[in-house]
Design a protein. Structure first.
Length: 357
């Protein structure tokens, strides 16, 4: 536990550089679901200083021109800092990926929102580019991706691990190039909420918790906003960027995760993944001052009506948490304070920042 004795449990915590490496910001032709502006303001409200944007937009970020357009939109509208992923689903996008300064190539090996599933037979070619690859996959897809990651010495990030067998597979094959993530919904929830991959059972959840900070490198939200009406029609995804940190800090406060493992999944490992892309991110002497301040003095119920995201619904609605984000600071400036983003809240690409002296 983070308390230091019988008395004086601190009520305000400074959390260094929370980053959410899995966020669908939508925009383009899906501004009804979320915009870059609303999604990144939601991130700041959730105590998140930087996000990785997912490319299954309409149109997808799967060619150079759309990537440039995305970068321009993000540079103009993002309230927090960011990196951009790039989608490869066919031969053309594969050829385009070679010349784009991307964070991860995102590969969908299974059906989800949008239909950008990778064309059969192309997975090996993706790894032959030797650029970092992030996958949305089931057990079989994970196995194949791990094989190619090793064969071509290509970094591989496995998104939203949700089942015990997946954790076990990754534990057996993990090397310094392979990383993976779990989401709060797969950690905390069961039942059949519309989300991909589907929620697991208690046995799966136990495996995820036990692997946090060891086999599982990071926790990311997979923030996947939809309108209320789309959700009523079964759209996959959870509006999660604002609940990631409150849920994880609550688990810390309640002793459900050790400080060491909390620090690993929320700070050290995201920082290590960013560093492997040449991005210096983090909190420390001479570094960026990115942090959020979280108040743990009282418990409150999650209320999606108060979300800054356009997607004001959540399977966590009504759940009691013990961590309220009061401030979010990015590069030494206060971007979010007492329920609202400040005038200083202007995001920048992390890579550009890292190149500054
Ligand atoms: O539930 C999901 N929704 N899972 C994904 O992997 C994608 C996401 C989305 O974009 O809506
Ligand atoms: Zn996914
Ligand atoms: Zn996703």
């Amino acid at each position: 536990a983070y308390t230091d004795g019988a008395h004086a449990s601190p009520t305000r915590l400074i959390i260094p550089s929370p980053v959410d490496l899995h966020v669908h910001l939508r925009d383009f032709e899906q501004r009804q679901k979320e915009t870059v502006a609303s999604g990144t303001r939601a991130a700041l409200a959730g105590g998140i200083c930087a996000v990785a944007d997912m490319p299954n937009t309409v149109p997808p970020v799967a060619d150079r021109e759309t990537y440039e357009r995305r970068l321009e939109l993000m540079s103009h509208d993002a309230a927090c800092d960011f990196v951009l992923n790039f989608c490869v689903d066919d031969k053309y996008s594969l050829s385009q990926a070679a010349s784009v300064d991307l964070f991860f190539i995102k590969v969908f090996l299974g059906e989800t929102t949008g239909s950008y599933v990778l064309e059969k037979g192309l997975l090996e070619n993706v790894f032959m580019l030797r650029k970092p690859v992030a996958i949305h996959a089931d057990l079989k897809g994970m196995r194949e991706a791990i094989k190619y990651s090793k064969r071509y010495e290509t970094p591989l990030h496995i998104c939203h691990v949700s089942r015990r067998e997946e954790v076990e597979l990754i534990a057996r094959h993990k090397d310094e190039r392979i990383t993976c993530e779990a989401t709060p919904h797969h950690l905390f929830l069961s039942g059949d909420h519309a989300v991909k991959p589907p929620l697991g059972n208690a046995n799966d959840r136990d495996a995820l918790w036990a692997a946090l900070g060891t086999t599982i490198d990071i926790v990311a939200s997979d923030h996947a906003p939809h309108t209320l009406e789309e959700k009523e029609h079964g759209a996959f995804g959870i509006s999660g960027v604002e609940t990631l940190l409150p849920l994880m800090v609550t688990a810390l406060v309640r002793g459900e995760i050790s400080f060491k493992h909390f620090y690993a999944v929320m700070h050290e490992n995201p920082k290590r993944i960013l560093r492997s892309h040449g991005i210096e991110y983090g909190f420390g002497v001479g570094g960026r001052a990115d942090f959020s301040i979280v108040d743990t003095s009282e418990s409150y119920a999650i209320d999606p009506a108060l979300f800054h995201s356009k997607a004001k619904h959540s399977p966590f609605s009504g759940m009691e948490v013990e961590a309220r984000v009061v401030e979010t600071w990015v590069r030494g400036k206060r971007f979010f304070s007492n329920g609202a983003c400040t005038n200083e809240a202007r995001g920048a690409p992390l890579s550009a920042f890292s190149k500054e002296p």
